[in-house]
Design a protein around this ligand. Structure first.
Ligand code: PLP
Length: 395
């Protein structure tokens, strides 16, 4: 047993897939500190820069004074507080959903949806690039599943038509976490309606940053609860906090609350996190300037990167990946960026397919144009150095 694990660990190292903890010594912000070194940060999901926002921190501290730090129990025992209920009400009003349930993480929320609502005789249709939590939930559900090629609506339509009698569920992300591109939600909603399937959208990366009030991918397309019966979102990205929610009809949410083991058998999210998240929502709804600035920064980044001939994926969101040929190449570039004072992480299998390791550049509302210039000129300098190394054998 021990020997088998040791072998697997060695294979992990040999394949360049070993993961490390790097110890951050500062708040998650545009500048971060590691081992006394200050770095320009393009490495987090805090797209609106709220994680270190004074009002969000203030809300957290005030609630901790009232409720203490840990929730101390499960949601349906004594873990749930007025701070949780305030957050639920704020979400339901903003997103125009009948009911909302909170979870301690997005991973857990997705497991809850898929393992509770799906029955073994149901069929799940899922985008091939969906997040691991959706894939795991799908497998644990015991239901039949078909994965369609990324955003391929024709393929999905064909697959759906093969199961006329079954209960069907379509599962997608709103904005794909490692690509930054968007699902074709209007078309998915049409197909769901045509084939009497239920559409589930994980909009962890769209909420906060997309839509006139930041209500995400569904707001962009004006999709209602009828079009998308189950909406899942997480607070660890644009909200700058932690935890997650599922929103939908009374029946779906009641079923999750009564039957979802990942809801019932875990400690409730900390009340202070709930209060901080409610404050984040107020900022997201009122402060359109953050979203606008982020859009301007994204546009500028893509324009300048294009001028330098960098091959970007078709993403108009804060997630701007650059795909490389090998893990070694991405690691070399990520390390060289680090040595030049810039933090961008290297994303490898199993987070992305084996043949497309990448730098995942993550932009946020606290970045300015100068930060983008620094990132791109450094990337260009490093790429030239690496090409010179490879051709002249002089490094
Ligand atoms: C699309 C998507 N869904 C779910 C999750 C899980 O959320 P959490 O980090 O809150 O567990 C993540 C990221 O972590 C994600 O990118």
């Amino acid at each position: 047993m021990h020997k088998a694990l040791a072998q697997r660990l060695q294979q992990q190292t040999d394949a360049g897939l070993w993961r490390e903890h790097r110890l951050r010594a500062s708040a998650q912000d545009k500048k971060v500190t590691y081992g006394g070194k200050a770095l320009l940060n393009f490495n987090n999901n805090d797209y609106l820069g709220l994680s270190n926002h004074p009002e969000v921190k203030q809300a957290f501290m005030q609630a901790a004074q009232v409720y203490g730090v840990g929730s101390g129990s499960a949601n349906t025992l004594s873990g749930y507080t007025q701070a949780h209920e305030d957050l639920v009400n704020a979400l339901a009003a903003w997103l125009q959903r009948d009911k909302v349930l909170l979870f301690s993480s997005g991973y857990i929320a997705n497991l809850a949806i898929l393992t509770t609502l799906m029955q073994p005789q149901d069929v799940i249709f899922a985008d091939k690039l969906n997040h691991a939590s959706l894939n795991d939930g799908m497998r644990f559900s015991g239901a039949k599943f078909k994965r369609f090629a990324h955003n391929n609506m024709q393929r999905l339509a064909n697959d759906l038509s093969k199961y006329p009698e079954e209960n069907k569920w379509i599962v997608t992300e709103g904005v794909f976490s490692m690509e930054g591109d968007a699902a074709d939600l209007p078309q998915l909603a049409n197909l769901a309606q045509q084939h009497q399937a239920q559409l589930i959208v994980d909009d962890v990366h769209g909420l906060g940053v997309l839509g006139a009030t930041g209500a995400g991918s569904l707001e962009v397309h004006g999709l209602s609860q009828k079009d998308v019966p189950i909406l899942m979102g997480g607070f660890g990205k644009s909200f700058g906090t932690q935890g997650a929610f599922v929103a939908g009809s009374k029946v779906f949410i009641d079923a999750l609350m009564q039957f979802a083991r990942p809801y019932l058998f875990t400690t409730a999210m900390a009340p202070a996190l709930a209060a901080a998240t409610t404050q984040s929502i107020a900022i997201i709804r009122e402060d359109n300037k953050r979203r606008e600035h982020l859009q301007n920064i994204i546009h500028y980044f893509r324009e300048q990167a294009g001028n330098l001939g960098l091959q970007l994926l078709p993403s108009s969101t804060a997630i701007q990946p650059i795909v490389y040929n090998s893990i070694e190449e991405v690691q070399r570039i990520s390390e060289a960026l680090y040595n030049n004072g810039i933090l961008v992480s290297c994303i490898r299998y199993p987070t992305v397919p084996k043949d497309s390791p990448r730098l995942r550049i993550s932009l946020n509302a606290n970045h300015d144009y100068k930060d983008i210039d620094i990132l791109l000129t450094t990337l260009e300098k490093i790429s030239h150095e690496q090409t010179a190394c490879a051709t002249e054998d002089s490094c």
